[in-house]
Design a protein around this ligand. Structure first.
Ligand code: ATP
Length: 200
């Protein structure tokens, strides 16, 4: 398996902006959010377990998961959240590993909004944190998703803090300025990662 760089950052910090840039340089991107969707696709054993526990959680039309309903359930109950996490986290990790092993680029990126919170940083050789101020996170998320400040702050409060993320960081990219100021930092990191990948 090639060198794995874990990219994380809070909501609206610019993870997608960062990974889009690396993808354009030919680097494989494995997305933990996407892996989390794959493990509950129709036909997957985890979906059956969820459907047994929560009757009426499948959409009538196509048997897919009603994510909104599930989100409401785990938002209201810590024990249901814990049950779901113990079911899904190992499966998500397995899915991520399968995708990372299939990667053929010189190094690979694993992007996850909850990397630190779910211990997915253990799957990466290095962690790159996309850093912005909380105020910027809120402003960018509100304008992208048309959310209120209260909604944005509520999501933020469930994520690791900026300081907790920094503690796990091997590399930090500052996305508090324009994209024009972001990209040269990524070029530099790309060169660094290529070198590290070669040394392995
Ligand atoms: P989430 O975890 O919520 O998916 P994210 O970390 O992937 O968010 P992005 O979607 O990349 O964040 O960025 C959030 C918003 O801010 C987007 O609308 C994006 O276009 C914008 N944005 C990102 N970086 C910058 C920047 N340097 N200057 C201005 N806008 C930016």
């Amino acid at each position: 398996m090639s060198l794995v760089i874990g990219v994380t950052g809070g909501i609206g910090s610019g993870k997608t902006a960062v990974t889009d840039y690396f993808a354009a340089l030919g680097i494989a991107i494995v997305d933990a959010d996407q892996a989390a969707r794959v493990v509950v696709e129709p036909g997957q054993p985890a979906l059956e377990k969820i459907a047994q526990r929560h009757k009426g959680i499948l959409q009538k039309e196509d048997g897919s998961l009603n994510r909104r309903k599930l989100r409401d359930i785990i938002f209201a109950s810590d024990s249901e959240r814990a049950w779901l996490e113990q079911l899904l986290h190992p499966l998500i990790r397995e899915q991520i590993m399968t995708e990372l092993k299939a990667s053929v680029s010189p190094y690979s990126i694993l992007v996850s909004p909850l990397m630190i919170e779910t211990d997915q940083h253990l799957l990466a050789d290095r962690v790159l944190v996309v850093d912005v101020t909380v105020e910027q996170q809120i402003a960018r998320t509100m304008s992208r998703d048309n959310m209120t400040e209260a909604q944005t702050r509520s999501i933020l409060s469930k994520q690791a803090t900026r300081e907790e993320r920094m503690e796990k960081a091997d590399d930090i990219v500052d996305n508090s300025q324009s994209l024009e100021q972001l990209y040269p930092q990524l070029d530099k990191l790309h060169q660094h990662y290529l070198k590290l990948a070669k040394q392995r």
